[in-house]
Design a protein around this ligand. Structure first.
Ligand SMILES: [Cu+2]
Length: 115
């Protein structure tokens, strides 16, 4: 998924300045800490590329969004950037999949993709 998205972005950028401007990814910053993501509700538009910029304030957390094929770890002290191109509208859940203590099960959020 990640690789395919990058290829799509590169192809888009070769098509000229107007197209490039239209496809400049929107950055969505999400920070993680025990036991929440902040913000835990973010919004994107279908057909427009976004970059998730993930950081952790305390320890390693996971970030998994199964419906969009996203799975990564968030390591304190660095930014984890995930490029994606949501193609269909909907509500997609993401959650921490690295056990981080009591409350881990409640550590989730939602990406709303608007049509
Ligand atoms: Cu966790």
């Amino acid at each position: 998924m990640y690789r395919r998205t990058m290829v799509a972005l590169l192809a888009g950028s070769a098509l000229g300045a107007v197209r490039l401007a239209a496809e400049t990814p929107a950055e969505i910053r999400i920070s993680a800490k025990k036991f929440e993501f902040h913000p835990n509700k973010v919004t994107a538009k279908a057909g427009q590329p976004v970059v998730l910029v993930l950081t952790s304030m305390d320890r390693i957390h996971g970030f998994k969004m199964p419906d969009l094929g996203v799975r990564t770890e968030i390591v304190p002290g660095q930014e984890t950037r995930v490029s994606l191109l949501p193609t269909k509208a909907g509500s997609f859940t993401f959650f921490c999949d690295v056990f981080c203590g009591d409350g881990h099960e409640d550590m989730d959020g939602t990406l709303i993709v608007e049509a």
